[in-house]
Design a protein around this ligand. Structure first.
Ligand code: 13P
Length: 250
């Protein structure tokens, strides 16, 4: 049986008071022990807050980025050691917004994944094609290349990864990949993971991109979709809980 992971990505949203309200509206309603892991990936300044609020609850927490460097003169960067101080369990690496607006290459993303793993933090490696790449028939090639860079770098730790397929054209647009479209890409990623790890079946491959309360069940029912990475809907308690419930009902 799959162990789903439903992870919220708050992106650059929220402040202390709103965060507290949001968590208070979600956390008490999470099932205590279940086949579904639930997490929120929050802006770094709020890791202390989520740690304090979520410790001892079923809600896990993560960060949205980590430095590719270990320590030193990298103004503004946050290291994996710093994330560990707040018992951070996951970190997003290679989100398309970082690749697009901050020039992160697959080599940088791979280095970040390795830094996280070295400190026992699970990287959620995001891959996905742009609309232009999809229309040019390059989806498979793009996502495979993005994942290959990480696989190559982390070598024996591939089974420790979480992968997220996030088609860029579906992020924040209200336009989701159909379950069949997503499954095709997830199956491709699974095959790539299988070639690199004997434990590929247990690596979770999340779908992200306008996942919401009404489309979650059909996406999560796909054989190679093991959870969701949720942007907008993770800021709405009812919607986020409905996605968790859809995972529980699978
Ligand atoms: P939306 O759910 O808002 O489309 O965002 C998806 C995403 O980028 C999660 O990382």
């Amino acid at each position: 049986m799959k162990r789903y992971l439903i992870a919220g990505n708050w992106k650059m949203n929220g402040q202390s008071v709103g965060n507290a309200d949001l968590l208070a509206a979600i956390t008490p309603h999470l099932p205590a022990s279940s086949q579904v892991d639930v997490a929120v990936c929050v802006p770094a300044p709020y890791l202390a807050q989520v740690q304090q609020v979520c410790q001892g609850t079923p809600m896990q927490w993560g960060a949205q980025d980590v430095s590719a460097h270990e320590a030193g003169a990298y103004t503004g960067e946050v290291s994996a050691d710093m994330l560990s101080d707040f018992k951070t369990r996951y970190v997003l690496v290679g989100h398309s917004e970082r690749r697009q607006y901050h020039g992160e290459t697959s080599a940088v993303v791979a280095a970040k994944a390795q830094r996280a793993l070295a400190k026992g933090i699970t990287p959620i490696v995001c891959v996905g094609e742009t609309l232009q790449e999809r229309e040019a028939g390059q989806t498979n090639e793009v996502v495979k290349r993005q994942l290959a860079a990480v696989i190559q770098q982390v070598a024996h730790c591939v089974s420790e990864l979480v992968v997220a397929y996030e088609p860029v054209w579906a992020i924040g647009t209200g336009r989701t990949a159909s379950p069949e479209q997503a499954q095709l890409v997830h199956a491709l990623l699974r095959a790539q993971l299988r070639a690199a790890s004997a434990h590929a079946e247990r690596i979770r491959i999340l779908y992200g991109g306008s996942m919401n309360a009404s489309n979650a069940a059909s996406l999560l029912a796909q054989p190679d979709i093991d959870g969701g990475l949720i942007g907008g809907a993770s800021l709405k308690p009812k919607d986020f809980l409905a996605i968790v419930a859809a995972a529980l009902a699978q």
